[in-house]
Design a protein around this ligand. Structure first.
Ligand code: ZN
Ligand code: ZN
Length: 188
């Protein structure tokens, strides 16, 4: 049977026990945070299992989110493709009565992955979007050795050697000197 559910419904788990979900979404880049570092996202697939947690009102959700995307390199500003499978484990707990939506809630060290809910149904699309955001590196790079843009003329140095090359080489030379000095210090 094709699973067409787009929400995890806690009432359904209370009534029928643990549930499994499989859903695919198109998520526009504009709906994601850090959308300036993502050029495009392919279809996103989420597989999840949800069950009751240890205490009343708590639910555990675990699964994987798979997607392909184009991230923007922080050095050369070119898009580069990635394919990602990320596993997640979340615990949902009822939002404490007194707290406001935007108020910080203190959580213990064991509750770092706790998300507080006020609605008893959780959109699978929201969980998928969270995993995409978490998968974006602090500094996305097309390649560890990406040469980036020339700071003087803006040329992509992975593709072309611009005429500013000499001064760049001097800087690399200076860096090399520092490395050698550091290496000497370590050997003392
Ligand atoms: Zn790059
Ligand atoms: Zn240049």
């Amino acid at each position: 049977m094709q699973d067409t559910r787009k929400f995890i419904n806690f009432d359904e788990i209370d009534e029928n026990g643990p549930q499994s979900y499989h859903a695919t979404f198109e998520i526009p880049v504009a709906e994601l945070e850090r959308d300036d570092e993502i050029v495009g996202v392919g279809p996103v697939t989420i597989d999840a299992q949800a069950e009751k947690g240890d205490s009343a009102g708590m639910y555990r959700v675990a699964g994987t989110v798979s997607f392909t995307a184009d991230f923007q390199c922080a050095r050369c500003l070119e898009p580069y493709p990635i394919a990602n499978d990320s596993a997640f484990h979340l615990t949902f707990a009822p939002r404490p009565e007194a707290s406001e939506e935007n108020e910080e809630i203190e959580v213990g060290p064991d509750e770092l992955d706790v998300e507080f809910y006020s609605e008893r149904s959780i959109p699978l699309k929201q969980l998928a979007a969270e995993q995409i955001q978490l998968s974006i590196p602090m500094k996305p790079l097309c390649d560890e050795s990406c040469l980036g843009l020339c700071p003087q003329c803006g040329a992509n140095r992975n593709r072309e050697a611009c005429s500013c090359e000499a001064s760049i080489d001097e800087r690399w030379g200076a860096l090399q000197d520092i490395r050698e000095q550091l290496a000497k210090k370590k050997n003392v």
